[in-house]
Design a protein around this ligand. Structure first.
Ligand code: CA
Length: 227
């Protein structure tokens, strides 16, 4: 897919893109799943990043028992995952992310948040860590969407909130399922491999461009636009 010739907005995922929160999520998933008798490694959590909690739990349950988990099981495991996550310190902004967003804003390009997350602590910190970048009118969170990634819905909603078409936007994502969602919405997608996965997984998911970090994207973004 060609990079947009008229770029009006950049849609940013949050966990693993704006915040270095994924190591905590992955460790919390690993601990909660093992405590409930599932085999679920730290690395596997990155493979499912972006799915809903129920979706992730059902994948592990189906693999082990051949059926979906019950609503009660899902509720218990997810509550334990959230408890495990809550004991970690606050996730820090991803190095390079603020510099990238400042350049994009200075170029008069809209910034939009598209996340499946409903973590109020992080959502509240956005205004402090990325001043002026994400107002409520340009934010899609867990509270807005019905399906979640890899369904295109969150990104379609982000385009709609920005009032633009898919060909006027770029998505920045770090997870294979997030890349799938963005591509299903028809948007040029830059993958940043900020976790432990093989970068090929992001290309296989359909990424149009790949960077090893947000720092590298911050240095290469406008060169890519001009290419
Ligand atoms: Ca992510």
């Amino acid at each position: 897919m060609n990079i947009p010739t008229t770029l009006k907005a950049v849609l940013f995922d949050m966990d693993g893109v704006l915040y270095n929160s994924m190591p905590y999520h992955a460790q919390a998933w690993h601990e909660a799943m093992e405590a409930h008798g599932y085999q679920f490694s730290y690395e596997e959590a990155f493979l499912h990043e972006g799915r809903t909690g129920a979706g992730t739990i059902n994948i592990a349950h189906r693999r082990q028992y051949g059926t979906d988990a019950t609503p009660e099981q899902i509720e218990q495991i997810y509550a334990d995952k959230c408890r495990a996550f809550a004991r970690f310190p606050e996730a820090q902004p991803m190095p390079g992310a603020r510099a990238l967003i400042e350049q994009i804003m200075a170029a008069g390009i809209q910034t939009v948040l598209v996340t499946g997350s409903g973590q109020r602590t992080l959502l509240e910190r956005l205004a402090h860590d990325y001043p002026g970048a994400f107002d409520a009118a340009h934010m899609v969170t867990a509270f807005d969407v019905k399906y979640g990634k890899p369904h295109p819905e969150p990104y379609l909603m982000g385009l709609s909130k920005a009032g633009i078409s898919a060909t006027e936007a770029i998505v920045v994502e770090n997870a294979p399922i997030g890349v799938q969602a963005a591509k299903a919405a028809g948007v040029y997608t830059i993958a940043v491999n900020t976790g432990p996965l093989d970068a090929q997984l992001l290309l296989d998911a359909g990424a149009d461009a790949l960077f090893p970090s947000m720092q590298a994207l911050s240095e290469g973004f406008f060169k890519l636009l001009d290419s």
